[in-house]
Design a protein. Structure first.
Length: 219
């Protein structure tokens, strides 16, 4: 996905404690059509301050950094700046790291070994309100959802939204039923997709039924 003629560029903040990696990511994004790098930070605390100052659309976030880790920064950013979406880009792929980032509100989780095209596609997907998961991360989440680990933890509101999706309601109807905005429904769905390791509504419902998050239909 690229920005169409006249479309505003995706404003990105890069966060990584390694200067060479940070500079490489900035160079990759600067060369891409429809993307504008609005800043770079070396730790989570600096990232939080830059988000407040520059209002990026997407934060490309490393996880383990001295001086402020990425999970804590992600939680702060998603709580204080709901218009900014976080895409994790890290070398770490343990269940603890993945689930910590997802619980903090990250919209995607990619590994640094990913090719540049995959990173750019992830940035654009997250900016558009979609999710972005590396295949290996998605496989780990699916394995957990199918019983390979603890059941994915959805919030009460996320379970409520997913239950209405299972009833066949679209986003506008869900918003009216729950007295929330459509943008809020999309945010809940994006987090549900990441937690369940899926990329569409049908798979989300199927996975939730498989791991007991939603009750099996009677009859």
């Amino acid at each position: 996905m690229t920005a169409g003629p006249g479309a505003a560029p995706v404003r990105v903040l890069v966060v990584d404690d390694h200067p060479i990696v940070r500079e490489g990511l900035v160079a990759l994004l600067d060369r891409a059509d429809g993307v504008e790098v609005v800043g770079a930070a070396g730790d989570g605390r600096e990232a939080v301050a830059l988000v407040a100052a520059r209002s990026p659309d997407v934060v490309l976030m490393d996880l383990r950094m001295p001086g402020g880790d990425g999970v804590a920064a992600t939680a702060r950013i998603t709580a204080d700046h709901p218009g900014t979406r976080v895409l994790v880009l890290t070398t770490w792929e343990s269940d603890h790291d993945i689930l910590g980032a997802v619980e903090a509100g990250a919209r995607g989780y990619l590994l640094k070994a990913a090719p540049g095209e995959e990173i750019l596609a992830g940035v654009r997907a997250v900016a558009a309100g979609e999710t972005a998961l590396s295949p290996r991360v998605a496989a780990r989440l699916v394995s957990r959802a199918r019983g390979g680990g603890s059941r994915p933890r959805l919030s009460a509101r996320e379970r409520e939204v997913l239950g209405l999706v299972a009833e066949g309601l679209g986003n506008p109807d869900i918003a009216r039923r729950l007295f929330i905005g459509e943008a809020t429904v999309k945010t809940h769905l994006a987090r549900i997709f990441v937690k369940l390791g899926v990329d569409d509504r049908t798979r989300a419902v199927t996975r939730a039924l498989e791991c007991g998050i939603l009750p099996q239909p009677s009859g």
